[in-house]
Design a protein around this ligand. Structure first.
Ligand SMILES: Nc1ncnc2c1ncn2[C@@H]1O[C@H](COP(=O)(O)OP(=O)(O)OP(=O)(O)O)[C@@H](O)[C@H]1O
Ligand SMILES: O=c1ccn([C@@H]2O[C@H](COP(=O)(O)O)[C@@H](O)[C@H]2O)c(=O)[nH]1
Length: 239
């Protein structure tokens, strides 16, 4: 029996740091290939996939050099890091037989198409994966906010944050072993309890535009597909 996806179009926020795998910096080939297979599993269901990629795997590596720098300059470096990840992701997708397009919020015309909303939507309708690089194109923001923004712009049914933990917890589970995972919670609860899994701007944008969000682990095999099929996976954050 074929499985019917719950969502027709998704905005997938992929953690930059997740691309490192067990390395301390950069892109681990086997890890990116595994992540691409997870994406392929939902593309094969006929789901339209837009991706916003983070930059923590590269930007964390240059952070010491950025210390003491002008904040906006450091943020532009961070956005450029996400463009590198977008290109690596596109390359890995091509090897896996997925047709994708990279659009950058910063103009780097020799490297990537500029972000054009209508064109992105057209690609999605043609079943091409669209990878958004350079976040929002503005300093003082994050790729989480870019995910919320682009998700709304392309009319995604939900924003899926694929990260290193398997949901939203009462506290950072990497620091507090007693933290307990939420099954669901509201955006007001997430903001009011100052939960750091996503920045407050992104939470507020999703809340104000009534865009549901699911946080799940990209390292858990099959988790993305289970979320897309509407099965019990990760944490749903809703209005
Ligand atoms: N209440 C919480 N519940 C779950 N995770 C939390 C919480 N508070 C903090 N975290 C941390 O937030 C991290 C995920 O967000 P973060 O923005 O650091 O990474 P990302 O967006 O996945 O990566 P990148 O910035 O590289 O794209 C988790 O790895 C977890 O350690
Ligand atoms: O809209 C944006 C998105 C990102 N940045 C900068 O890039 C890095 C990496 O992004 P992550 O969301 O942390 O993965 C971020 O720390 C910012 O410095 C930005 O300025 N604007």
């Amino acid at each position: 029996m074929s499985q019917a996806p719950k969502y027709k179009r998704i905005l997938l926020k992929l953690s930059g740091e997740a691309l490192m795998g067990d390395d301390s910096y950069g892109i681990n080939r086997a890890t990116i290939e595994r992540i691409v297979q997870e994406v392929k599993s939902v593309v094969d269901l006929g789901v339209q996939v837009a991706v916003v990629i983070g930059g923590g795997n590269i930007f964390r590596g240059v952070a010491p050099a950025a210390a003491g720098m002008d904040r906006a300059t450091a943020d532009y470096m961070g956005m450029l890091a996400t463009v590198m990840n977008a290109l690596a992701l596109q390359d890995a997708m091509r090897h896996a037989g997925i047709v994708s397009r990279v659009q950058s919020a910063l103009t780097i015309q020799q490297v990537a198409e500029p972000y054009i909303r209508g064109k992105a939507i057209q690609y999605l309708e043609e079943s091409k994966v669209v990878i958004f690089g350079a976040g929002t194109g503005n300093p003082f923001f994050t790729t989480d906010t870019a995910a919320a923004l682009r998700g709304m712009e392309v009319g995604a049914d939900i924003v899926l944050k694929a990260t290193k933990v398997d949901g939203v917890y009462t506290d950072d589970p990497k620091k507090n072993p007693d933290a307990v995972r939420y099954h669901t919670l509201t955006f007001d609860e997430a903001i009011g309890r100052n939960l750091k899994v996503m920045d407050a701007t992104a939470f507020a944008l999703c809340r104000d535009q009534k865009m549901n969000l699911c946080v799940f682990s990209i390292f858990k095999q099959g988790a993305l597909k289970r979320v897309v099929l509407g099965e019990d996976e990760g944490t749903l954050v809703h209005c």
